[in-house]
Design a protein around this ligand. Structure first.
Ligand code: NAD
Length: 256
């Protein structure tokens, strides 16, 4: 799909991977709706992109607030062609820790944001995509890009909830691609390795260093524009569908 003139919803677009993707889409001529629970950073990110971008404060886990936000996007831009789901949280706690079993609500919260929040956004975006005029030789109507993590495949100690949430995103990619095929909507997921974003910058050196060590090449953390570059390729390459792509410098994470 040619990005020029298309409308993209980017959740988590106020920071990190989502923000870089919003920039890339805008620089390719797309219009960008930044959906984020951090209203102030979302406004700031949208204002950096100019008149063809707008911010919408929303919690991806809330059904009603997401319906209202997507309605507001439709009112502002008139259509949705691209949905990039980057809103997410990290969390680390062992299944049984020093203080006893992991709090169930803590486990559920991570699933709620990373998995349910992703589905909540894409179901509404896909509903509107299905009404678009078919585009290009294949008659595409939309592209959905989800963000999982390599933790979906090689989750570390303390990552039960995070890995389960991202494994869920990987697992639903193909069935959703199958569901939406009749509407001309493609669905792919990116599974990033470790990227230099505010989420990771908070991690202490003792956590970061072993992670960098297990990257094969290039020997560094990923950079947000590299994520955005793959997101752009997924939008533009009409034959990418139903797939999860690792973007990770060949990292295979160790137990800790
Ligand atoms: N940075 C990494 O190394 C890395 C690696 C693998 C996967 N990921 C995934 O990539 C995605 C983006 O991560 P990032 O590193 O850019 O993080 P980030 O913290 O920089 O950005 C995440 C954004 O999501 C927003 N957000 C969080 N919960 C939300 C909610 N309930 N509703 C709406 N917005 C919400 C935050 O406000 C923030 O702006 C996440 O899903 C993360 O799990 C990141």
């Amino acid at each position: 799909m040619d990005i020029q003139g298309k409308v993209a919803v980017v959740t988590g677009g106020a920071s990190g991977l989502g923000k870089a993707t919003a920039h890339t889409i805008a620089s390719a001529g797309g219009k960008v709706a930044i959906l984020d629970r951090n209203a102030e950073l979302a406004e700031q990110a949208a204002s950096e992109l100019g008149a063809d971008a707008a911010a919408f404060a929303v919690d991806v886990t809330e059904a009603d607030s997401m319906v209202a936000a997507i309605d507001a996007v439709m009112e502002r831009f008139g259509a949705i062609h691209i949905d990039v789901n980057c809103a997410g949280i990290g969390a680390a706690a062992r299944t049984v820790g020093r203080d006893g079993p992991l709090d169930l609500a803590a486990f559920q919260f991570v699933i709620q944001v990373n998995l349910v929040g992703t589905f909540n956004t894409l179901r509404l975006c896909a509903f509107h995509m299905a009404k678009n005029e078919p585009d290009g030789a294949d008659g595409e109507r939309g592209v959905v890009i989800n963000t999982a993590s390599v933790a979906a495949f090689d989750g570390q100690i303390g990552q039960a909830a995070y890995s389960a949430s991202k494994g869920g995103v990987v697992g639903m990619t193909l069935p959703i691609a199958r569901d939406l095929a009749r509407s001309g909507v493609r669905v792919c997921t990116i599974a990033p390795g470790i990227f230099e974003t505010p989420m990771m910058m908070g991690a202490p050196d003792r956590v970061r260093q072993p992670l960098v060590e297990s990257v094969q090449f290039p020997k560094r953390l990923g950079e947000a524009p590299e994520f955005a570059l793959l997101a752009r390729q997924i939008v533009e390459n009409p034959y990418l569908n139903g797939e999860t792509i690792r973007l990770d410098g060949a990292i295979r994470m160790q137990p800790r």
